[in-house]
Design a protein around this ligand. Structure first.
Ligand SMILES: Cc1cc2nc3c(=O)[nH]c(=O)nc-3n(C[C@H](O)[C@H](O)[C@H](O)COP(=O)(O)OP(=O)(O)OC[C@H]3O[C@@H](n4cnc5c(N)ncnc54)[C@H](O)[C@@H]3O)c2cc1C
Length: 481
């Protein structure tokens, strides 16, 4: 079926799960693996080879990949060769850059690791960057900052640009500029037929629409051309309030956010912090409310003025506020840098009412004995709620807030953390908005839940594009569709 043909009425709109890989019974002689080695420039590891575990190691160590083959791609040609080899041998294809977002073990797959694909160039005149698949946000922020520009990074610059952007990409500048995916000009992608395609608004527009928001299930993206925005610094805040004042500060936050312009990105998180040395002493082992703030407007003094009502909303136990460069944005959220095992789940909220704050406090306030490291509410709206100049498949535009719960994925708490996490989300169910953000879907029950993250028309259109470019569901890892 061509991408431009209308969908047949009887075609299913739900995105179907791939058959279990065991059912695909991958079998291949060792000589074929040697042929693959000769085809690619990067290393190739078979099951049982020394170095396989290190090659496929995740950042979120809750998931450990056990692929049949891993290919350390160095270039688009390596990716194309690996995809063609996998398809020829009946293997599904998975892809990993940093391992910040694995959904499940890519068992039995051919897993392409992209971290050697480090090409990055900034064109200050066009305000764009070409970013290869293995590049993290840190390098983009640093390179763009030299020209007074920045990219639409999220809370942590250790995350990969491509994986983050394909899932939407919500960051502190999002209310002003929209999702990262809204600022993709061109995509280079290897599809299941082994072809390297160049996508843009003019070239294969339907696939270009789908891949920006459709995450990893349409192919392996080898590079993106992204737009940079003219922001060199922000007035930032990263302020921890004492647990005793949590209720007061949360209500102040609720009253404050409707007064904010789109130039402000902000969130709050109820943190139960571990007693670990990487944290400042006042935060170790404490429960606290973390306010995150970034003003990216040009009005002098405005960032400080807008933040002022929150600064004395409660007792401050740690943190800072002030001007920072865009290459220092990690200091706002203070996400962990080292690998860790995490279980997470997100949903969207229609708003934050006084009753909503009380419901949240009842289940996650300081008195609650719960094993969740973080319960976060990010303010959305502004440009995030508007379709991109070149429309795309990004899910999650209908939320007024993004809510995310995160806990340790350790064997002792394997059942408790998901049960408690879902309970905290359910407590806010009266304010749940339709859909979800793909990057914050976390643990999913199955393909119906992934499809339900998208508005129905988008899910149907995405399924149609997927059926056209990947009819055998070669790309079925991750939880895009
Ligand atoms: C600490 C932390 C902070 C985060 N902060 C934010 C945030 O502020 N905003 C936000 O929106 N998200 C955020 N995320 C979620 C993050 O954007 C996703 O987990 C994203 O998928 C990570 O991409 P990665 O390449 O780093 O991870 P990986 O685990 O390497 O990749 C995850 C998935 O991305 C897809 N993918 C990666 N590379 C490719 C490729 N070349 N081609 C096709 N598909 C690909 C695949 O589906 C893959 O399974 C955060 C995650 C963490 C752990």
């Amino acid at each position: 079926m061509s991408l431009s043909q209308p969908r047949e009425p009887e075609q299913p709109v739900l995105l179907l799960e791939a058959p279990p890989l065991a059912a695909r019974a991958p079998q291949f002689p060792a000589a074929d693996v040697d042929r693959l080695r000769a085809l690619v420039h990067g290393p190739v590891y078979g099951a049982g080879d020394d170095g396989l575990a290190a090659e496929v190691a995740t950042w979120n160590v809750a998931v450990q990949h056990t692929p049949a083959i891993a290919v350390g791609a160095t270039c688009a040609a390596d990716v194309a060769a690996a995809v063609s080899w996998a398809v020829g041998h009946g293997l599904g294809v998975a892809v990993q850059a940093t391992g910040h977002g694995p959904v499940r073990d890519a068992a039995g797959s051919l897993l392409i690791t992209t971290r050697r694909m480090r090409g990055l160039s900034v064109d200050p005149g066009r305000r764009t960057a070409r970013v290869e698949a293995g590049v993290t946000w840190k390098r983009v922020l640093e390179a763009a900052a030299e020209f007074g520009l920045t990219g639409l990074c999220g809370s942590s610059s250790g995350v990969g640009v491509v994986g983050y952007t394909l899932g939407g990409g919500l960051g502190p500048l999002g209310r002003r500029y929209g999702f990262a995916a809204d600022h993709v000009r061109a995509v280079e992608i290897v599809t299941a037929d082994g072809r390297l395609r160049s996508l843009s608004a003019e070239s294969e527009p339907e696939l270009f629409w789908a891949v920006r928001g459709g995450k990893g299930n349409l192919g392996v993206v080898t590079a993106l051309e992204i737009e940079l925005v003219p922001v060199s610094g922000v007035h930032a805040g990263s302020i921890f309030f004492a647990a005793e004042d949590m209720a007061e500060v949360l209500h102040a936050f609720r009253r404050w956010v409707p007064t904010l312009p789109e130039e402000v990105g902000t969130s709050v998180a109820i943190m139960r912090l571990p007693d670990l040395e990487f944290l400042p002493p006042p935060l170790r082992g404490r429960t606290a409310l973390h306010l995150r703030y970034a003003y990216c407007g040009e009005e002098p003094g405005e960032g400080e003025r807008l933040l002022a009502p929150m600064q004395d909303a409660g007792e401050v136990i740690a943190g800072f506020s002030g001007a920072i460069g865009t290459d220092e944005m990690d200091s706002i959220h203070m996400d962990p840098v080292d690998p860790m095992p995490g279980w997470e789940k997100g949903q969207l909220l229609t708003g934050l009412t006084a009753e909503g704050v009380e419901a949240l406090l009842a289940v996650a306030g300081p008195q609650a004995q719960i094993p969740l490291t973080m319960v976060e509410l990010r303010l959305m709206g502004g440009a995030l709620a508007r379709q991109a100049a070149v429309p795309n498949a990004v899910a999650g535009r209908d939320g007024a807030f993004s809510m995310l719960v995160l806990g340790p994925a350790v064997p002792e708490l394997a059942e408790v953390v998901p049960a408690v996490g879902r309970g905290v989300l359910d407590a806010l169910a009266p304010w749940k908005a339709p859909g979800a953000m793909i990057n914050f879907l976390g643990d999913v029950s199955g393909p119906e839940e992934v499809a339900a993250a998208y508005p129905p028309g988008v899910a149907a259109r995405l399924a149609e594009v997927k059926a056209a470019v990947d009819p055998d569901r070669v790309f079925s890892f991750g939880h895009a569709v």
